[in-house]
Ligand binder design. Structure first.
Ligand SMILES: Cc1cc2nc3c(=O)[nH]c(=O)nc-3n(C[C@H](O)[C@H](O)[C@H](O)COP(=O)(O)OP(=O)(O)OC[C@H]3O[C@@H](n4cnc5c(N)ncnc54)[C@H](O)[C@@H]3O)c2cc1C
Length: 405
C-alpha cells in the first residue's frame, strides 16, 4: 500500500488519508487472518486497533464531532473510504458499521431530539444495533413505491402489517427502521409522499423473524425475512414528517452509493496491487507472467477500469459537495463501478490460479461483493433507465447535456 499526498487535495484530507493508511497497512492487513479467526486474540487485536483509531481521531468519519465523530465533509470521507476499503475489516474498526451508520445519518437528519436520545445515542455508543427494513419478497425492491407494508393509525399508535426480506443485521437489531405506507386507507396507490419510516423495537409483539436468508451459500447470516403482524408502536416513533419516508430513503441511498463506490475503488486498488505482485513473481511456461502479452493486457485494462471508476466517483462527490444535481452521476457510477470492480477482481483471481478462489486471499469475497453490488442499492437496469430519462428531459426542454458539471 503506497499512499502519497494528492497535490489537488487539502493538507487536512491528505493527512487523514496518510494516517488512515498507516493504521490499515500496519495494524489491520497483517492481522486479517487472526481477526477473522475470532477468539481472545481477535478480540484484543480489535480493541487495540479501535484504541489506535480513536487516539488518531479517525473514529466515525460519518458523524459530526458533537456525536463523537470526525466532523469531516463529504469529499474527505469519500477519499478516506478508498483507503479503508483495502481491508474488509476497516470500516467496522473505524466505527462505520452498516446498516447502523446509515441509520445514524437518517436519525441525525430526521430524528426528533427525543428520538436521538432514545435511539441514536445508544446506537453510536454501541449499546444498540439496528436494521433498515424496506425490501419485500412479493414486490419489486427496485421500485420502492410498490411496497405494501401498511401502518394504520389506532389512537396514538401505528399498527403495522407487512412482509419484508433482506433486512440486513435484522438478527441482532434492537430496532428496525421500517418503510411503511401510512397515508392510504386501503394500502393501495403509489406516490412518494405516501411513505413514512417508523422506528420499531424488535422486541415488539408481532415482529416475527421467519428465517435468515442464505447469501452466496452462507447460512445463518444476518439478512432476514420478517413478518410484521399487527405490530403496535407509538405514533411518536415516526421518523421525520409523515410522508417523508421515500425522501429519507433517497437521502440515505444517494450518499451511500458514492461511499460504496469509493469502497469498491479501494478494493479494486488492492486487487490490482495483488495482481501486479503475482505477475512479477510467478514463472509460467518459461517466463514471468509479466512477460506474457495477454497478462500485460490484464494490467492495462485493470488500470483503465480503476482510473475511470475513480474519476467518475470523485467527480460525483465534487458535484454533491458543491450542492449540484448529482442524480445522473450517482446512477452512472452505481452502474459503472461495481461492473469495473467485477472485471478487475476477476483478472486478479485469474492470475492467482487456485489461490485466487481460495480464502488465502481476499479476492473471492471481493468478487461476490462486486456481483452483489450490481443488485443492492438499485439494480443496474433501474439506474440506466434513470440516466436516460434525466438526459432526455433536458433535450425535451430544448437544452443539451452539459458534461462540465
Ligand atoms: C446483500 C444484500 C443486502 C441487502 N440489504 C437490504 C437491507 O438491509 N434492507 C432492505 O430493505 N433491502 C436490502 N436489500 C435488498 C435490495 O435493496 C434489493 O435486492 C434491490 O433493491 C432490488 O430489489 P429486488 O431484489 O426486489 O429486485 P426486483 O425489483 O424484483 O428486480 C429484479 C430485476 O429486475 C430488473 N429490473 C427492475 N426494474 C427494471 C426496469 N425498469 N427495466 C429493466 N429491468 C428492470 C433488474 O435486472 C433487477 O435486478 C439487500 C440486498 C442484498 C443483495
Amino acid at each position: 500500500m503506497d499512499i502519497k499526498p494528492i497535490p489537488t487535495l487539502s493538507e487536512e484530507v491528505n493527512d487523514i488519508r496518510t494516517r488512515t493508511a498507516n493504521i490499515v497497512a500496519e495494524h489491520i492487513i497483517p492481522n486479517e487472518k487472526d481477526i477473522y479467526l475470532g477468539g481472545d486474540k481477535s478480540k484484543s487485536l480489535r480493541e487495540d486497533i479501535r484504541q489506535e483509531v480513536k487516539k488518531e481521531k479517525l473514529w466515525a468519519p460519518h458523524l459530526p464531532e458533537e456525536y463523537g465523530g470526525m466532523g469531516i465533509g463529504f469529499i474527505a470521507h469519500a477519499y478516506m473510504n478508498e483507503i479503508l476499503a483495502w481491508s474488509p475489516l476497516s470500516n467496522r474498526l473505524f466505527g462505520v458499521i452498516a446498516p447502523n451508520s446509515g441509520n445514524q445519518k437518517v436519525l441525525l437528519k430526521y430524528g426528533s431530539e427525543e428520538q436521538k436520545k432514545k435511539w441514536l445515542l445508544p446506537l453510536i455508543e454501541g449499546e444498540m444495533e439496528s436494521c433498515f427494513s424496506m425490501t419485500e419478497p412479493d414486490n419489486a425492491g427496485s421500485d420502492p413505491r410498490s411496497i405494501k407494508t401498511t401502518a394504520k393509525k389506532d389512537g396514538d399508535h401505528w399498527v403495522i402489517n407487512g412482509h419484508k426480506v433482506m433486512t440486513s443485521n435484522g438478527i441482532r437489531a434492537d430496532f428496525a427502521i421500517v418503510m411503511c405506507r401510512t397515508e392510504e386507507e386501503d394500502g393501495s396507490g403509489g406516490v412518494n409522499s405516501r411513505m413514512s419510516q417508523i422506528i420499531v423495537p424488535t422486541d415488539s409483539a408481532g415482529f416475527n423473524i421467519v428465517r435468515s436468508v442464505p447469501i452466496w451459500g452462507h447460512t445463518g447470516g444476518d439478512h432476514v425475512e420478517i413478518k410484521y403482524e399487527n405490530v403496535r408502536v407509538p405514533v411518536e416513533n415516526t421518523l421525520g414528517a409523515r410522508g417523508s419516508g421515500h425522501q429519507a430513503a433517497q437521502d440515505r441511498l444517494g450518499a451511500g452509493r458514492v461511499f460504496h463506490c469509493m469502497n469498491s475503488i479501494g478494493q479494486m486498488w488492492r486487487a490490482f496491487d495483488l495482481m501486479l505482485k503475482r505477475t512479477i513473481e510467478r514463472e509460467v511456461h518459461g517466463g514471468k507472467l509479466e512477460t506474457k502479452q495477454l497478462i500485460q493486457g490484464f494490467i492495462a485494462d485493470s488500470y483503465i477500469d480503476i482510473q475511470t471508476a475513480r474519476l467518475m466517483t470523485i467527480h460525483c462527490a465534487e458535484v454533491m459537495e458543491a450542492e449540484g444535481n448529482p442524480r445522473v452521476d450517482i446512477s452512472a457510477l452505481k452502474v459503472y463501478v461495481p461492473n469495473a470492480m467485477h472485471k478487475v477482481v476477476d483478472r486478479a483471481i485469474q492470475v492467482y490460479g487456485w489461490k485466487g478462489v481460495s480464502s488465502d486471499l481476499p479476492l473471492a469475497g471481493m468478487y461476490q461483493g462486486a456481483r452483489t453490488l450490481r443488485l443492492a442499492d438499485g439494480p443496474d437496469e433501474v439506474h440506466r433507465v434513470l440516466i436516460a430519462k434525466e438526459i432526455l428531459k433536458k433535450y425535451h426542454e430544448g437544452l443539451s447535456w452539459d458534461f462540465g458539471f
